[in-house]
Design a protein around this ligand. Structure first.
Ligand code: SME
Length: 320
């Protein structure tokens, strides 16, 4: 199954030449995306009044290259903090943008953007939005730098070698797996109103995918947390409000990432094998109705990626 993506990265001659050299990219073409006029020509787009961005349409084999790797490469070819200018090329047609056709890609794209933003002191100017429209540019713009090796390009030639010489080694890493789970769980959750049934399958999916030590839910019942659907060894059944990691996440109403459970005051050791833990509250409106608790046998297993995606997963469990 091939996937596709549309990337605006300034002048499309260089952007296409760069992106097409990445292992796993199977097709590229250049054109104009997300503008306002029908069938734009290069000359019209050049006036900078059509709203179009010079864009590379690419297809890729997700078993050979991940979306994350593609975007990491993309960020090497742009200045993401620059608005409407890449190199010496200025205008809205040279803006940067990630335009997706599969809405299931969006959470991962936004997560990668948030990770990338940590490297800069300035806000990122890269648009992230669904593809609204795309028109292929005239033939002489296609493969321009292959046909005109000495042609103008705002990208340094070393970058092309970089794209050729680096390949994705892990095609499905943690965040990508979470992204797939998110898609699976939304399909399962559609039309399902029983939260406990959904919790059971959520615990099963997470546990099966990541092989955590313990994956499950505690539900708020009366004034305490009561053991809910889970996968893994036998666990404590009752946890008081404010007690342990679970009761504290409920009390504080936010996710707790605990890299070393021994260092967490009041941690409840249901199993001596647990080393690190993440607890994510599940809401119904404003009320915490449960917590998702995951334990690992290793220290510091959980990071921002787990937090980001688990928080999105539990939204699917809230009674509508
Ligand atoms: N460690 C948790 C208790 C639940 S078990 O990990 C399954 C806590 O401190 O709340």
């Amino acid at each position: 199954m091939e996937k596709e993506l549309y990337l605006a990265a300034g002048c499309f001659w260089g952007a296409e030449h760069f992106l097409k050299q990445i292992e796993g990219v199977t097709f590229t073409e250049v054109g104009f995306a997300n503008g306002n006029t029908p069938n734009p020509t290069y000359k019209e787009v050049y006036t900078d009044t059509t709203g179009y961005a010079e864009t590379v349409h690419l297809r890729y084999d997700p078993l050979r290259v991940s979306l994350r790797f593609l975007l990491e490469m993309y960020f090497k070819a742009i200045d993401p903090t620059s608005l409407n200018q890449q190199g010496e090329d200025r205008g809205t047609r040279y803006r940067t943008g990630i335009y997706f056709t599969d809405s299931a890609d969006e959470p991962l794209v936004r997560y990668i953007m948030s990770e990338e933003a940590k490297h800069y002191g300035l806000p990122l100017q890269v648009e992230v939005m669904p593809l609204a429209n795309f028109y292929r540019a005239e033939d002489y713009h296609q493969d321009y730098l292959v046909n005109n090796p000495t042609g103008y390009c705002h990208l340094p030639v070393e970058l092309f070698a970089y794209a050729r010489n680096n390949r994705d080694t892990v095609t499905l890493e943690k965040c990508e797996r979470y992204n797939l789970l998110l898609r699976q769980l939304s399909a399962l959750a559609e039309g399902e109103t029983d939260t406990i049934a959904l919790m059971a399958n959520t615990a099963a999916m997470l546990h099966d995918t990541f092989h955590f030590w313990w994956t499950g839910f505690y539900r708020v019942v009366g004034d305490e947390l009561l053991l809910g659907p889970f996968q893994g060894p036998v666990a404590c059944m009752h946890i008081a409000f404010g007690s342990g990691v679970c009761g504290t996440a409920w009390q504080q109403r936010h996710t707790l990432v605990v890299p070393d459970v021994e260092a967490f005051p009041g941690h409840i050791a249901c199993s001596a094998a647990s080393r690190s833990e993440i607890v994510v509250p599940v809401y119904d409106g404003d009320n915490v109705i449960a917590v998702l608790d995951i334990d690992s046998q290793h220290f510091a297993t959980f990071d921002d990626c787990d937090r980001h995606f688990l928080e999105q997963l539990v939204v699917l469990l809230s009674p509508a």
